[in-house]
Design a protein around this ligand. Structure first.
Ligand SMILES: Nc1ncnc2c1ncn2[C@@H]1O[C@H](COP(=O)(O)OP(=O)(O)OP(=O)(O)O)[C@@H](O)[C@H]1O
Length: 335
């Protein structure tokens, strides 16, 4: 049986701003089992990062969780005192960001940052901690690790810094790694290497991963399941391969069609989803995607659809899903 590691239940997060409240996350539901990898995708502003920061207890001061539960290893993290959250963060729940410089301390050597983390979580001290730091850097593919641990973040290349951040995140053997746009700032070759590294680490440990990105290409090869966020909610989820091959929500379909393809005609215009996401500081009557929807149902005018299962394990929040027939990939094509 699968062991449930993380369960996010009807999570709601609001910002208080001078213009009023902004409902950044409006009822988010998902689960991650042990060893599983979930991709969270959506355009900028859909609430991906805010929901991850809520899990980690790292929301900015202007934001607060107004409802819901975040159950991690059976314990609700919402409302947990900061001291207890700190003990979980870095140890069983680790985070890597797009920009390693924002999580690496510029005035401490790489080695010191890793050994400090090991000491703080009472995993190792002294010589043992140093040996473990070297081992971690070797594991993430940093050559000459014994010398590299004496260096400062600015002395490493972008790709190396990203690897050092992964090493730091892995130092305490986390059960869940939250990776927020981990490869966005990297060039394509290094991006592929970092994704490969994450996949390899997942294959060799029981670690689960929440991979947040706006790039469907990144989730395609790296995640078991996919959840698509729009305006602070999940509008579609299911097995990654199934959702990408058979997107039912018009928003997901638009995202899939927006991915540049190598086999597309050279002069063909790149597809984009017309319009822009709604302002989360205003009331959203009906379906928030309605103004951008190519075939809105009359019901979308007044009622927001809830997620419901359309195919086994594949849920969609839409009044007029596309109902794409599943392509049969076993029979060698249609007669
Ligand atoms: N400091 C803030 N003050 C007010 N509202 C904010 C603030 N930060 C975020 N928000 C709101 O939260 C929403 C979700 O932001 P979030 O950063 O989670 O989106 P995202 O999907 O991760 O986008 P990105 O990929 O650009 O990080 C935004 O659309 C915005 O309305």
């Amino acid at each position: 049986m699968n062991t449930r590691l993380l369960e996010v239940e009807d999570l709601q997060v609001e910002f208080r701003t001078r213009q009023g409240r902004v409902r950044a996350v409006r009822g988010l539901n998902y689960q991650i089992d042990q060893g599983e990898s979930l991709g969270l995708v959506g355009e900028s502003g859909s609430g991906k990062s805010v929901s991850a920061l809520a899990i980690l207890g790292l929301l900015p001061r202007a934001a607060r969780i107004t409802a819901g539960r975040i159950r991690f290893q059976g314990r609700d993290l919402v409302g947990l005192p900061e001291r207890q959250l700190r003990a979980i963060r870095g140890r069983s729940l680790a985070l890597i960001f797009q920009d390693p410089l924002s999580s690496l301390n510029p005035v401490l050597t790489i080695g010191r940052q890793i050994t400090e983390q090991l000491r703080a979580h009472r995993i190792a001290t002294g010589r043992a901690a140093r040996d473990r730091a070297v081992e971690l850097l070797e594991r993430v593919g940093i050559p000459d690790a014994a010398r590299r641990i004496e260096q400062y973040p600015h002395q490493l290349s972008g790709g190396m810094r990203q690897r050092a951040m992964v090493a730091m995140a892995l130092s305490c053997g986390p059960s869940l790694l939250i990776a927020d746009e981990p490869t966005t700032a990297l060039d394509v070759t290094i991006q592929a290497q970092v994704l490969e590294l994450l996949a390899e680490l997942r294959a060799t440990t029981e670690m689960s991963m929440l991979l947040i990105t706006h790039d469907l290409g990144v989730v395609a090869g790296s995640t078991d399941r996919l959840a698509v966020m729009y305006a602070g909610r999940i509008v579609e989820d299911g097995a990654t391969a199934e959702v990408l091959a058979r997107p039912e929500h018009p928003y997901t379909a638009g995202l899939v069609e927006s991915v540049p393809r190598l086999d597309a005609p050279r002069d063909g215009a790149l597809h984009t989803i017309p319009g822009a996401p709604p302002d989360l500081g205003t009331e959203l009557p009906g379906c928030p995607f309605r103004p951008r929807c190519p075939h809105p149902s009359p019901r979308a005018q007044s009622e927001e659809p809830a997620l419901s299962e359309l195919h086994p394990g594949h849920r969609v929040a839409c009044w007029s899903p596309r109902l794409t027939p599943l392509q049969d990939t076993t029979s060698g094509g249609n007669p």
